[in-house]
Design a protein around this ligand. Structure first.
Ligand code: SF4
Ligand code: SF4
Length: 338
């Protein structure tokens, strides 16, 4: 596949960043170092003016525990925002979107001239799925910006004045997504929340409201950050590679691996992020769900994409925003390489 891509025109004489999600903890379903090394060799052979693999500092620090080191992958492993998470360039978001007024872009990414966005595609509790866009938006920014984007997660509104702290909502949440903190404020962990409405229906004082579509704000923030990352690279110097292997329910940032929920599909590559993400999602089909691979007690809900039925968040939303931000087109044609 790499031989069929215009790798030379993408990386030749360019300082090339390979953005990878290196995972954490005992996770072993990220992109295998073997594939990373093959890619690095090809990029070098294509004449890149230096190539490095990069991710957030905390992922880089522990990457050797999961088999990623300069010896195994064949090039330096660099913390995208520096080892202290202090190397970034601040770019404004115009107009601001809620709390997202600016993005602190990783210095090593901004300094690069060609970008290879290499992603493991899997489910994600807050946005349905993680792929090329999530790899950039959450992995090419400072920890502070990542926190601001996470703060956009939503879907429920809790009214403190109406709440009597009876605890019924917490006890009846089937997904253990709710808790009260020491200030007696209701915390909702949106990764676990399936927007099932049990809490809202059981609350005797109608203190919890479901906000239809509010979970989309997180995807909106992700799309805005992705666009900011991509702004720094001419389209001809971008490449997106999505691994549709070991497709798990949860994101790699959980620091663990679960079973694959569908059979391995393959690897997709292309220069349009929207097309790659759309094709990836189209190939992950509900009918291919392997029985018994969902976490205990979980079941598919509603309609739509498999990830929407697992996490109750439509994974296509981020692509709609990316298309609106003129980052590409969701139309695609697949050329199979055997
Ligand atoms: S909507 Fe459902 S999953 Fe979400 S917090 Fe309420 S009860 Fe829990
Ligand atoms: S069920 Fe309603 S009143 Fe009871 S703790 Fe939850 S939000 Fe508060």
């Amino acid at each position: 596949m790499l031989d069929k891509l215009p790798l030379k025109s993408i990386v030749e004489k360019k300082r090339t960043a390979i953005k990878l999600h290196l995972g954490g903890g005992t996770g072993f379903t990220t992109v295998h170092p073997f594939f990373v090394r093959k890619l690095v060799e090809k990029v070098k052979a294509a004449g890149a003016r230096g190539v490095f693999v990069t991710d957030t500092p905390w992922a880089v620090f522990s990457a050797h525990e999961r088999g990623y080191s300069s010896e195994t992958i064949g090039c330096p492993l660099v913390a995208a925002t520096g080892s202290a998470d202090k190397y970034f360039y601040t770019k404004p978001i115009k107009p601001p979107f809620k709390a997202l007024k600016e993005v602190e872009l990783a210095g090593e990414i901004v300094d690069a001239e060609a970008l290879l966005d290499v992603s493991h595609v899997k489910g994600h509790g807050a946005c349905g799925f993680g792929g090329a866009s999530k790899n950039l938006s959450m992995g090419c920014v400072s920890g502070r910006t990542r926190g601001v984007i996470h703060s956009l997660e939503g879907g429920l509104d809790w009214n403190r004045r109406k709440c009597t702290h009876c605890g019924k909502c917490v006890r009846n949440c089937p997904n253990k997504a709710m808790s009260f903190n020491q200030k007696r404020e209701l915390n909702i962990f949106f990764h676990n929340c399936k927007l099932c409405q049990h809490c809202s229906l059981i609350c005797p004082h109608k203190a919890i409201r479901i906000l239809g579509g509010a979970y989309r704000d997180f995807q909106h923030g992700m799309a805005l950050a992705t666009a900011k990352v991509l702004e720094g690279f001419e389209k001809k110097h971008r490449l997106f590679i999505n691994f549709l292997t070991n497709i798990t329910v949860y994101c790699d940032c959980w620091g663990m691996s679960g079973p694959a929920i569908v059979p391995d599909i393959g690897i997709l590559a292309g220069q349009d992020i929207c097309a790659i993400e759309q094709a990836s999602l189209d190939m992950i089909r509900t009918e291919d769900l392997i029985p018994g691979t969902l976490p205990k007690g979980w079941k598919l809900r509603g309609h739509g994409h498999l990830f929407a039925r697992i996490h109750s968040k439509d994974p296509l939303v981020v692509l709609e925003f990316l298309e609106k931000l003129k980052q590409g087109s969701r139309k695609y044609k697949v050329t199979e390489v055997m």
